[in-house]
Write a protein that binds this ligand. Sequence first.
Ligand code: GRF
Length: 224
Amino acid sequence: MSVKRSSPLRVAVLASGRGTNLQAIIDAIESKVLQAQIVAVISNKKEAVALERARKHNLPDVFVDPKPFAGGPDSREAYDHALLEVLEQRQVELVLLAGYMKIVTSVLLNAYANRMMNIHPSLLPSFPGLDVQRKAIDWGCKLAGCTVHFVTEGVDEGPIILQAAVPIQDGDTSETLAARILEQEHKIYPRAVQLFAQGRLKVDGRRVLIEDGKPIGHALISPS
Ligand code: GRF
């Protein structure tokens, strides 16, 4: 199926927290290294700093309150129907999860299959879930890092688009390591979005191939 892709690409960002990855996407767009436009910043948290960042850059900020949907047997799905309405109204072509602390259901997954990305602060498939910088240190890993992947049903399990590795140093705490990983997140997330905007990502089973102009390349990059 060929997917319609506008130029610039119409992107929505879903965020629950401070929104530094959102900021990296905004900065990449404003400095014209990313050919995309943010048509909605959506949050399940009214006070999310991400929404403030959106307002500061004159981007549409949308708070979708989970409370009216809570309690019912299909409350997650009902919430995602409300999100889907916003996404469809705004003709969103790519959804970016950026610190979005809510499980995404099949309602969104089906509508945005291979068109929804997430950023995660570990080298997947190691350490899905939460508190992953601490886990990498506790395991004695020598390398940590971050991963941009397409979103599928299993948490942090979808096809890997880009990764950046970050050496773990003696004396690292989860905070110092998280800060160095975050710097790399801010590089690879806009890059992954730009590859999508250029139509260069091809999902082949579990793998994402990057069309390079040359023969199809691989998905691991070393950040500069
Ligand atoms: C990042 O570490 C990201 O990898 C994870 O949640 C955090 C969000 O940070 N999914 P921010 O809100 O983008 O600053």
